[in-house]
Write a protein that binds this ligand. Structure first.
Ligand SMILES: C[S@@+](CC[C@H](N)C(=O)[O-])C[C@H]1O[C@@H](n2cnc3c(N)ncnc32)[C@H](O)[C@@H]1O
Length: 293
């Protein structure tokens, strides 16, 4: 029988860190098991994991296997397909997603949003509500940044708006709903934002104000699923999410995004991403900013 247990050296190199050498038994994943699991992950969540991600997958999932007493990834896979509660998949996606984000990430987007998009939406809103969607919002910094940018802008006049923020990771979403961030998370935001839109907790953490929180509605949504929206959006931020998808998955998602965007609406994607010409009806406005004609 194939032995799934292997002794691994964890942490930094011995030379770099001679004192904190420690060893643990890591359950290794065979190539066949990796293919089986990665296919399931791509089918369910769109996330494509190349074989080069084997060690990453092992390090992210090994605690689940240890906690549940599984001796191999085949056993874990069986557990995933037999679980009817959905809990196993929730736990898997919590561990497998990369949730890196920060306030004012790709700041040029927010400059364009407040300088061009908001005045445009305001002109055309005609008293209606402007709907904004942060798709793949992770721990909340992106939708909260949008709410702060809008609040600043509204000092110049009224606009009804709503921000929907969705993600597939329940773990990331609970942090987002809590809205409490350490000092280093807010180090790059304007001082006025810290003063106006945060309160400091007894532990020295920064808590997003109720005013900002109330502007954002967080929901769990798998972007691979059919979208449940009744109304279209005026602006969609879907940044640094599609980088984990293969081109056919990305194309299907872009088509769905296109369909739920109002005519003249804006789409922001990550700065390292792009939409191929003729892939959709999106018109290129700026690098990583598009508009539905
Ligand atoms: C790197 S974060 C990007 C956060 C934020 N948009 C930004 O640019 O800073 C990517 C997020 O996409 C989410 N994600 C990945 N696949 C998803 C899917 N199929 N449906 C919904 N969200 C997904 C992950 O959970 C993760 O929080």
């Amino acid at each position: 029988m194939h032995c799934h247990w292997k002794l691994n050296l964890c942490g930094r190199s011995a030379a770099a860190n001679p004192i904190s050498w420690w060893y643990y038994a890591m359950i290794s994943i065979t190539e066949k098991e990796f293919t089986q699991l990665s296919r399931m992950i791509e089918k369910s969540f769109g996330i494509y994991l190349k074989i080069e991600k084997k060690s990453l997958v092992m390090s992210r999932l090994q605690n689940i296997l240890l906690e549940k007493g599984f001796k191999s990834y085949s056993q874990y896979y069986q557990y995933l397909i037999n679980d009817k509660t959905g809990a196993a998949q929730v736990e898997l996606v919590n561990r497998i997603t990369t949730n890196h984000t920060f306030f004012l990430r790709e700041k040029e987007h927010f400059d364009y949003f407040s300088g061009t998009v908001l005045p445009d939406l305001k002109r055309n809103a005609k008293g209606g509500t402007v709907r904004i969607w942060s798709a793949g919002c992770s721990t909340g910094e992106e939708p909260y940044t949008l709410a702060m940018v809008i609040k600043d802008y509204l000092k110049e006049g009224g606009l009804n708006y709503r921000i929907l923020a969705t993600d597939i990771s329940k773990k990331a979403l609970s942090k987002a709903v809590l809205g409490v961030y350490p000092d280093e998370s807010v180090s790059n935001i304007p001082l006025m934002w810290k003063m106006n839109y945060f309160t400091k907790t007894a532990e020295g953490l920064y808590k997003v104000s109720d005013e900002i929180k109330s502007a954002v509605l967080f929901r769990r949504l798998n972007l691979m699923d059919e979208f449940p929206f009744k109304r279209k959006f005026h602006t969609i931020f879907c940044r640094n999410v599609m980088i984990y998808f293969r081109s056919d998955t990305r194309a299907r998602l872009l088509k769905k995004i296109y369909d739920v965007l109002e005519d003249g609406g804006y789409l922001f994607i990550g700065k390292s991403e792009s939409i191929l010409k003729n892939e959709t009806g999106f018109k290129h406005v700026l690098p990583s900013v598009y508009r539905k004609d």
